[in-house]
Design a protein around this ligand. Structure first.
Ligand code: 6R9
Length: 572
């Protein structure tokens, strides 16, 4: 007679207790730098053992509160130690963690907590007062825990004090048997193209986080690692917490927002070996100028990686030339949970390419029409693109461990993501003869003009090369003759006046580099671009703004005034 045992996989075990059991409990897991810490400060230090006992205490508190496995714990706070304890304590208790950006306003918070059936919210007293108190009656949450409050007398009515509830007595509780399919992490997608969707991931995902952290980053126990992303973005959870801890590395977490000088000093002062960041940050470093890095020793940085948007060949070359660092691109999505396509450590980089599928992942391109709809053969099957020049939709053979298991409360939408056993990513790309993928655009962002299919990124990279342009967003507007015309919105370097001559020069630069058919017909200057909290340009918003259409979900926009009106325009 045979019988099956439940094989237990819990993210908290794989990231924390496994190391303690192996005798590495005193290794440093995380160094937290607060806003006031200097970049070379030792910060607040968490060993793996301390993480084990504090997450045990958090998990016990959830049980005391009557929060059952499977219920959802939302996090809304800056990058402080207790945010990380709550995240890992939640999955330890087999509850589902959902980190939100602390920069969100009350509306996106209420919307996500309602959609995600939040049982618990962990936040700070200031965020509670400013953003949650007023929406409290509209959200389902039963318990609000204030992580910066220790004295229950200081907690406002209807809230709980962390210090009163979560008692770390140094003990480490055994982790309950956890079926690998148990839901663990919920992330709302960045919403560059529509309303946010809640993508749910299982504990099994850890297998993929760990494998990619080893294979792509070549990160090992004891290495120092810095992921600049906030846990409110999937990158800041999968690779800001789970992946690097699973291999026993030491993480650096900085509470402060972007600052070029501070970033270089953290890389040097914390002795960072491996750095994971995003094109939006790399662009900001480029525009701050290489002089900021002068005199700061970055020689310890061995590997650097990028995700979130296309990494232009220019950015790769800039990194090599000015920082001595080769930024390696990785491609993935909230839905894929982990890196799917990458330029792994040690492999030759073709600047501008996203690289090749990681070990265990089968990726292909499927034939699609100009609307992004799949084209099928007479028997109704999807068709794989084989011609290296042809654009297709990125598709991944379904069933890898970190694949999202559902869109919360939207089963129909989930099913539409799959065809003939493939997960459809919604991104268009080319694949060269060496199997490298080259990003073209989101299917809903690409521009069809006079018979050409153009990814906005191609045009934006060229505009961004202009010495006075610090950022751009490119989109199509309907045209009876060409189908669509390419329009561009650009942001100028601080202090540069948007004169007619300058705009003509930018236009000429674009024409020279791209040719008349692919360069913008209209370029206008804006003060800032609408971008998501993870740094993606929201082209849909620029287009809607110009055409006077509804702008859709703006909840992920940065700042209260995402962009202002055109100050000057030139038309070709
Ligand atoms: C991790 C993450 C996913 C979308 C994805 C694509 C864009 C991500 C990219 C990239 C070009 C890369 N994207 N990596 N585009 N090159 N290396 O970003 O998840 O926030 O869900 O966004 O981001 O369009 O489909 P998410």
């Amino acid at each position: 007679m045979s019988h099956l045992e439940v094989n237990s996989v819990n993210i908290a075990h794989e990231t924390i207790d496994r190391h303690v059991d192996a005798g590495h409990g005193s290794d440093l897991a995380i160094r937290f730098l607060s806003k006031n810490d200097t970049p070379d400060s030792p910060g607040e230090q968490y060993t793996y053992e301390r993480l084990a006992s504090e997450t045990s205490a958090f998990a016990r508190a959830l049980t005391t509160l009557g929060v059952a496995p499977g219920e959802r714990v939302f996090l809304l706070a800056g990058r402080v130690p207790r945010l990380y304890v709550a995240a890992l304590g939640t999955v330890r208790a087999r509850c589902v963690v959902c980190p939100l950006f602390s920069a969100f306003g009350p509306e996106p918070i209420a919307q996500r907590m309602a959609l995600g059936d939040a049982a618990v919210l962990v936040t700070t007293s200031s965020l509670y007062r400013r953003k949650v108190a007023a929406i409290r009656d509209r959200v389902p949450v039963r318990h609000v825990i204030l992580l910066d409050v220790d004295d229950p007398a200081a907690a406002p009515e209807g809230t709980l004090a962390w210090g009163d509830l979560i008692v770390d007595d140094g003990s480490i509780d055994p982790i309950p048997t956890t079926d690998p399919e148990t839901p663990a992490i919920l992330h709302f997608t960045s919403g560059t193209t529509g309303a946010p969707k809640g993508a749910l991931h299982a504990h099994a995902a850890i297998a993929m986080h760990r494998a990619t952290t080893q294979d792509v980053f070549a990160l090992r126990r004891g290495d120092v690692y810095w992921c600049t992303a906030d846990p409110g973005w999937v990158t800041g959870t999968s690779y800001g917490i789970v992946g690097p801890l699973s291999v026993g590395a030491t993480l650096v977490v900085d509470e402060a927002e972007f600052d070029a000088d501070r970033w270089y000093r953290i890389l040097a002062g914390q002795h960072v070996d491996v750095w994971y960041t995003a094109p939006t940050a790399i662009r900001m470093l480029m525009h701050a100028g290489a002089a900021v890095a002068a005199g700061i020793d970055l020689s310890r940085v061995q590997r650097a990686f990028s995700v979130g948007e296309p990494l232009s060949a220019e950015a790769v070359r800039w990194g090599v030339e000015h920082l001595g660092v080769t930024f390696r691109d990785t491609w993935w999505q909230t839905e894929t949970g982990a890196i799917m396509i990458a330029n792994p450590a040690g492999e030759h980089v073709e600047p501008g390419s996203m690289g090749r599928p990681v070990c265990g992942i089968e990726a292909t391109l499927l034939l699609a029409d100009s609307e992004g709809e799949l084209i099928r053969d007479p028997s109704g099957q999807v068709i794989e693109v084989t011609d290296p020049e042809q654009i297709g939709m990125i598709a991944l053979r379904a069933g890898w461990p970190s694949m999202f298991r559902e869109y919360l409360h939207n089963d129909a939408r989930y099913r539409r993501c799959f065809a003939d056993g493939w997960y459809l990513a919604g991104d268009l790309a080319r694949r060269d003869a060496n199997g490298r993928f080259w990003f073209v655009g989101r299917a809903d962002d690409v521009i069809k003009t006079a018979g050409h299919l153009i990814g906005p990124f191609e045009v934006e990279s060229v505009l961004n090369e202009h010495p006075d342009v610090t950022g751009s967003g490119v989109y199509g507007v309907p045209d009876p003759v060409a189908g669509e015309l390419i329009h561009a919105r650009i942001v100028l370097r601080r202090g540069v006046e948007p004169t007619e001559a300058l705009l003509t020069d930018v236009m000429a630069h674009a024409r020279r580099r791209l040719g008349a058919a692919v360069s913008p017909r209209e370029i206008a200057v804006v003060d800032r671009l609408p971008i998501t909290r993870s740094g993606k340009v929201m082209r849909r918003v620029l287009r809607a703004r110009e055409l006077g259409l509804p702008e859709g979900d703006l909840s992920t926009l940065e700042g209260p005034e995402p962009f202002t009106h055109t100050t000057k325009e030139v038309t070709a």
